[in-house]
Ligand binder design. Structure first.
Ligand SMILES: Nc1ncnc2c1ncn2[C@@H]1O[C@H](COP(=O)(O)OP(=O)(O)OP(=O)(O)O)[C@@H](O)[C@H]1O
Ligand SMILES: [Mg+2]
Length: 190
């Protein structure tokens, strides 16, 4: 299964979400190939810095249980369009703010224009659950016709540091939440 991790907003947490999802699946014993379609190559760099945990850069001719595709933050970038075309599932990573949900709605429309067979899923990132909007973000997205995952990636310093110290350095609670997120992602209807 190929999962594209996208949105048109820079800095929304796409690469972080792509890497955490890849590691969560890899540490669960699944084979995971990573494709970095962003010219910034942050996902590549992250994997070079914190290698292992069942994830490798996808090699041609090798079949993986899951391929995770990181993308540039601009919908008309050829890397973004290519990722949408090749994906079986599209995640739109959205930080927990009403304005970011609005812009994600436009990205979802773009994805559907290219792939009418797919319903993109919103993945809330940098999630702060105790704020008023945190509590209502899923309902807010639904009211705009967007489908949001129940699990989110919380705003945490340890998640930032995972790019240096690796997935296994994350506290058990974070890894457990990410494992549940990964299950929700792979079982959600496309
Ligand atoms: N859940 C989180 N908790 C804390 N910091 C986070 C979290 N997710 C992302 N960040 C931080 O936010 C910044 C942007 O994250 P990231 O690089 O994943 O975004 P991006 O959408 O891939 O950006 P770009 O559009 O430049 O590719 C980074 O400094 C990252 O460490
Ligand atoms: Mg990125």
């Amino acid at each position: 299964m190929k999962i594209a991790v996208c949105n048109q907003k820079g800095g929304s947490g796409k690469t972080t979400a792509a890497m955490l999802l890849a590691y969560a699946l890899g540490t669960a014993g699944r084979s995971v190939g990573l494709i970095d379609r962003d010219p910034q190559q942050t996902a590549c760099r992250w994997l070079e810095t914190a290698p292992g945990d069942g994830v490798e850069m996808a090699r041609p001719g090798i079949s993986y249980d899951f391929v995770i595709i990181d993308t540039p933050g601009y919908v008309r970038d050829p890397g973004f369009v290519q990722a949408i075309r090749e994906a079986d599932k599209v995640l739109l990573v959205c930080s927990t703010s009403p304005v970011d949900v609005w812009s994600t709605q436009a990205a979802a429309d773009f994805v559907r224009s290219k792939r009418p067979d797919l319903r993109p899923l919103i993945l809330f990132s940098r999630f702060v659950g105790h704020t008023g909007f945190g509590k209502s973000s899923e309902a807010f997205a639904k009211a705009l016709g967007l489908r949001a995952l129940k699990h989110a990636i919380p705003e945490r310093q340890c998640i930032q540091r995972a790019s240096l110290h690796g997935y296994s350095a994350l506290p058990l609670l974070e890894r457990s939440n990410l494992a549940n997120l990964a299950i929700e992602v792979i079982t959600a209807k496309p």
